[in-house]
Design a protein around this ligand. Structure first.
Ligand code: GLY
Length: 254
């Protein structure tokens, strides 16, 4: 599949799950003075999550052009050091606005990756937020992953926030083990290849965020009136995986 086929396949899959495909919004957010640039697909839906705007649909999917060069999500330092971060990239995402929640988000992500795209189940890992027993149970039930491949992490890895303020919540990520040959720190003293480690062997493919809070100016978390889903998967990264190359710079559209 070309990168264009992969983008199409993602949007078609979520169309079949009754999502409305929306256009990528402007790189400069038009209704969010708290962000310089659009850093995720959910930015155009911020006010929907906060209950301040209603849309004529409750499920959406898009491929959003993102820029991560400032603020909370800044990938500037990683570019040139690894082969799977970019400052400008496209992010595939699906959203639920007070509609489905953790079970469907996990089920569809798993189905798309393993059944539609054929990724090997025995190379995939899932992570959940420290106290998210529900997501852990759902991963075990839906994917059949053994307990040792469903890992718990803290706020840094598994609590996603768009910026200093705004919608946020615990998240669950899917990581792929690309094998020992993908490690770029082999032989360094004390190095261990692991999920959320510091080498290129295990890479995060998809982040499923369970939005349930608003981070306020005073840093307090306020419970939102409804629960939402916000997912993000880098198009360049999943394309590298599906085209069987280790570097994003070797995919067909780079
Ligand atoms: N909004 C989810 C992510 O960017 O990972």
């Amino acid at each position: 599949m070309t990168g264009n086929d992969i983008r199409r396949s993602f949007l078609d899959y979520f169309t079949r799950q009754s999502h409305t495909v929306v256009k990528s919004s402007s790189l400069v957010p038009d209704k969010d003075p708290t962000l310089l640039f659009t850093n995720a697909g959910m930015v155009q839906f911020k006010n929907v999550f906060l209950g301040q705007e209603r849309l004529p649909y409750s499920r959406a999917a898009s491929s959003q052009k993102c820029l991560r060069i400032s603020g909370k999500h800044n990938d500037l330092e990683a570019v040139g050091r690894d082969t799977y971060h970019h400052t400008f990239f496209e992010m595939l995402g699906n959203w639920s606005f007070g509609d489905y929640y953790k079970a469907e988000a996990i089920e569809w992500a798993w189905e798309l990756l393993t059944r539609e795209w054929g990724l090997p189940k025995d190379k995939l890992w899932a992570t959940v937020y420290l106290d998210d027993d529900q997501a852990e149970r759902l991963w075990a039930k839906i994917s059949g992953l053994p307990a040792e491949r469903i890992r718990r992490f803290g706020e840094k890895e598994n609590f996603w926030e768009m910026g200093e303020t705004g919608p946020c919540g615990p998240c669950s990520e899917i990581h792929l083990d690309r094998g020992p040959e993908a490690c770029d720190r082999n032989g360094l003293p004390g190095h261990v290849c692991q999920v959320n480690g510091d080498c290129a062997r295990y890479i995060e493919l998809w982040n499923l965020v369970f939005i349930q809070y608003n981070r306020k100016d005073n840093r307090e978390l306020e419970e939102l009136p409804s629960k939402h889903v916000d997912t993000g998967m880098g198009l360049e990264r999943i394309t590298a995986v599906l085209q069987n190359v280790l570097s994003n710079y070797d995919i067909d559209f780079m």
